[in-house]
Design a protein around this ligand. Structure first.
Ligand code: SDX
Length: 431
């Protein structure tokens, strides 16, 4: 735990209570309220955890004002440009960039865990063929706890390690199988002679009828998208994984819970919702209509891919994604992609609009990602599964960190109760 030399004093009805203040290596100080209820008999109240630190972590740091994202201290733009996804996985899991030998061993381990138990194929066939791939992923990942009993004991460090490797390795295979099942094509097995991103592309787009040659442009773009989505502090799905894990649930069940939470359109589902919004806008002349709707308090519509709980500046991932979109679409020969033109015009108008400026609403990671993914050949239903594949390393890194935290307890929030107070049962004839 960070050191503490200062205290905050809370005064309630003339009585004062001193609460320790911890100073982090970066970011705001935190006030420790663990003893508050015992001392003062009061709860704090923070729905949505807008001002609450839920844990101590050293994995990822976001400076929302600067628009900065660091993984173990390394900025995301440098990692996106100079590193690659499996190296970022190693960094998130173990805290340091690997040596060449460490990286080779890690990549060999992940590559050789990419197949799933053959009997697990049956799970896919239990879903309707039009099931959303996220529904399939929640189900199949949860079912891993019924197959990999030798890596479910969270108190065994080696089993935690094996579960971590299995999840990182198998998520692309499961996501690709969910996609293939939804389009009625046969599953494609992973290959050990391909890198992580190339393997995923081949498992999604190869068919038995002909050889599939991975396009290096697509593979590089896919790997960069994986890198940009890998981890992001205590976001909703990561907090879900931590809360599930705090009860002692097995890693596969915890990651299935994280996938379920990520699916929501306010979170990881925003990339699908954003592309659908851009298609609904259709032409640049309809942008003002949608900007007006986003500002209308009586309209639940929100500009998908805009705004963020933490970033009050540009999401640095969106900046890299926007550059990537230009490169990938040019290299794919998708000249003047209409959706990209609408997205750029929408961004140009929105970031100048007083409503968005005042509320500090900028494009987030989901604003441009869908345009690239669609140009790569993915249907919108695969956007969030791809986010889940990438975020698995973040979830599992945070899961491992929490299990090693001596301060870890089962998460059990309290509430502000405003319901009925004690009253006696009324017989039905007296109601
Ligand atoms: C991700 O947490 C993470 O780190 C998540 C993520 C990750 O990597 O894990 O970064 C991934 O989930 C990115 C966010 C993707 N979601 C979207 O793009 C959906 C659209 N965005 C919004 O739903 C919203 O911005 C959230 C959910 C992202 C953040 O919501 P907050 O922090 O709860 O902010 P808020 O809802 O309190 O909004 C503050 C104000 C409100 O107006 P007032 O009530 O103050 O008048 O800004 C408005 C909101 O109405 N607002 C928007 C808006 N987002 C916020 N108005 C129009 N369009 C929007 N997109």
């Amino acid at each position: 735990m960070a050191d503490t030399t200062r205290t905050a004093t809370l005064t309630i009805d003339g009585q004062s209570f001193d609460l320790p203040i911890y100073s982090p290596t970066a970011g705001p100080d935190v006030i420790d309220i663990t003893k508050l209820y015992g001392k003062a008999g009061v709860f704090t109240h923070d729905p949505g955890f807008t001002s609450t630190s839920a844990c101590e972590s050293s994995i990822t740091f976001i400076d929302g004002e600067k628009g900065e994202l660091l993984h173990r201290g390394y900025p995301i733009d440098q990692l996106a440009e100079k590193s690659h996804y499996l190296e970022v996985c190693y960094l998130l899991l173990y805290g340091e960039l690997p040596s060449a030998a460490e990286l080779e061993k890690f990549e060999h381990t992940i590559t050789h865990h990419t197949m799933i138990h053959e009997q697990m194929h049956n799970f896919f066939r239990g879903f309707r063929r039009d099931a959303h791939p996220m529904a399939t992923m929640v189900g199949v990942v949860g079912a891993m706890s019924a197959f990999y009993h030798d890596s479910t004991d969270i108190n065994d460090e080696r089993q935690r390690e094996i579960a971590s490797h299995r999840l990182i390795a198998k998520m692309p295979t499961i996501a690709a199988m969910a996609y293939k099942y939804s389009i009625g094509q046969p599953f494609v097995y992973p290959r050990n002679d391909l890198d992580y991103a190339s393997n995923f592309l081949r498992m999604c787009f190869a068919v038995p009828a002909q050889e599939y040659v991975v396009d290096p442009v697509l593979s590089r773009a896919m790997d960069r998208i994986f890198t940009l989505h890998a981890d992001h502090e205590q976001n909703a799905s990561t907090s879900t994984v931590r809360l599930a894990s705090s009860s002692g649930a097995n890693p596969f069940a915890c990651i299935a819970a994280g996938i379920a939470c990520l699916w929501g359109p306010a979170h990881g589902g925003a990339n699908q919702a954003c592309l659908e919004m851009l298609k609904e806008i259709g032409t640049p002349d309809r942008i003002p209509e949608f900007i007006a709707r986003a500002k209308d308090k009586n309209d639940p519509f929100r500009l998908m891919g805009f705004g963020h709980r933490v970033y009050k500046n540009f999401d640095p991932r969106a900046t890299v994604m926007k550059q990537s979109a230009d490169e990938v679409l040019d290299l794919l020969g998708v000249e003047n992609n209409p959706l990209l033109q609408i997205a750029k015009e929408l961004e140009r108008i929105a970031v100048q609009d007083p409503y968005f400026v005042e509320k500090k609403l900028f494009p987030n990671v989901d604003f441009y990602s869908g345009i690239i993914l669609e140009a790569m050949g993915f249907p919108t239903s695969m956007f969030t599964p791809i986010f889940a594949v990438s975020r698995t390393v973040g979830w599992i890194s945070q899961w491992k960190e929490q299990l090693a935290d001596p301060a870890m307890k089962i998460g059990r929030p309290r509430q502000l109760y405003t319901g009925e107070t004690l009253r006696d049962y009324v017989e039905i004839e007296n109601r």
